[in-house]
Ligand binder design. Sequence first.
Ligand SMILES: *Cc1c(COP(=O)(O)O)cnc(C)c1O
Length: 443
Amino acid sequence: MAKRRSKKAAAPRRGRSIPPNVSMESFLIHGRHFTDKWDFRHHIIPPQSSSVTYRLDTTERGAKGFRDYASGNAHKTEPIYIYDRLDEPTRGMLEDELAGAEGGDFCVCFATGMAAIAAALGVTLRAGDELLAHKTLYGCTYSLVTNWFPKQNISSQLIDLRDLRAVKAAINSRTRAIYFESPVNPTLELIDIAAIRKLADEANKNRPVGQKIYVIIDNTFATPFCQRPLEHGAHVVVHSLTKNIGGYGTDMGGAVIGPRELEGQVLLYRKDFGGVLAPKSAWPILVYGLPTLPLRLRKQMESAMEVARFLHGHPKVARVLYPGLASHPQFALAKKQMRNLDGEFAPGNMIYFETVEKHANEPRNNIKVVDWIARNAYTLTLAVSLGQLRTLIENPGAMTHAAVPPEKRLESGISPAGIRLSIGVENVADIIRDLDLGLAQAD
Ligand SMILES: *Cc1c(COP(=O)(O)O)cnc(C)c1O
């Protein structure tokens, strides 16, 4: 038997000798049984671990792992890995980085952005409670809130959260969460995070513990590079890691980041509903996505600014919403809220615009433009999703926000003539040339 190393050099485990009478069949399963080849501390690239279950050494260690799990103490002790769905090292490294990037106490990662949103709302809302949300939401979030929550007796008020008086009036004794995106998908409106938190604090003053209102923001469009909502007063941040953070369009993922008091609940929710992020999907986000986030976004933002300026002056364009343009109705709020890690203005890589239409309810031009681009443009691709190396274009009314009924879409400011652009890292002159050629197809 090889000698055991001292406790201090805990990472590499010594190999065990193979029993003399063991069969080749068993050897092919167990190899040297333990190996000293796992020296994760010295990897430059974090390893992609792929182990559903974990060796526990003793019953007591296993019991401690279960006791510590979701107890709120796990971050204080060495992790005891038990089973992938509970906790896992590759995903755990991604969670540590995301919590750090947003400035939160914890991060729990999910299979998709929608799984993360369902969890954040799932731990804060119970039957009989009410959700207060912005009237414009990502299509599937809208569907979750309006189709599924009523079946669980969770009601919702969808109002304009830019109207603070309306927010104050809408908060009632059943309100438990205020939820929004900022910038809003797809209209690029902004919600004043600090102002919403102030109203939540006023309401929370007289509330018993356990009935607190949580302010929850979907920070997918901005990413922690462009905006750190916890600094402005949000309690919880959710992300679709599928988008800007993943950055390459290879894997789906979601994240919930928040205060320690919610960590246990979010972990238990993930354990029991099961929508956990696979380590194989966590790995590219950890290894490629997060490390290149500032690089990609700096370049994309620089281009987005130029593209927004080009669209702003274009005769076939009725309206452009980009938080970096002084013409954005909430430009002052954009400059306050959207700041990169160096404190510089960081209005993001997403643009919303509407084509000029002769008949407002029967848009033709935006379809003409987008379809021409889909067939002919080299640097623009007709596709949903966002935040990739390639510039993506879509019609939110017909695609990403199709789950929103037409009359609600209009109410939400999603015009049938709307076009959403996610600026990639191509040469910006090529992007603008393709857009210009596309817009030339409009009547
Ligand atoms: C895409 C998106 C989601 C959903 O994320 P998935 O990873 O596709 O489940 C949620 N919110 C916003 C703002 C999104 O753009």
